[in-house]
Unconditional design. Structure first.
Length: 113
């Protein structure tokens, strides 16, 4: 599964790297400093870091859980965003949810037997 996973992970990694910039820009547009270090991200994350080198199936399962966690987090922010009529942030959240739901679905398809 190496080649398949490598290409899929690289696509998702690249998309996430671009998303970090969009999210940081939105945070700055709202007048707040954006996190900028790995320790900042680790402190703010609801996804715990995995140690060691998991086998392919476990890696996929962990990534599904991570994608689903991002969707849950985005969904939980919606009431606050709607409460202040922040349409640009709502749009960003909607886009992130669509991407992470699709990624989770694609990863889950690899776990089916």
């Amino acid at each position: 599964m190496f080649q398949t996973l490598h290409l899929m992970f690289e696509t998702q990694y690249t998309e996430l790297a671009l998303a970090v910039d969009l999210i940081a820009e939105r945070i700055r547009a709202l007048g707040f400093p954006a996190p900028g270090t790995y320790s900042d991200y680790a402190r703010l994350s609801s996804i715990s870091e995995t140690t060691g080198v998991p086998k392919a199936q476990e890696m996929i399962r962990l990534l599904v859980e991570g994608q689903e966690a991002v969707v849950r987090t985005a969904r939980s922010i919606f009431p606050a965003v709607e409460g202040v009529n922040d349409e640009p942030t709502a749009d960003l959240l909607t886009q992130r949810m669509q991407i992470h739901e699709k990624n989770a679905w694609m990863l889950r398809s690899l776990l089916e037997e």
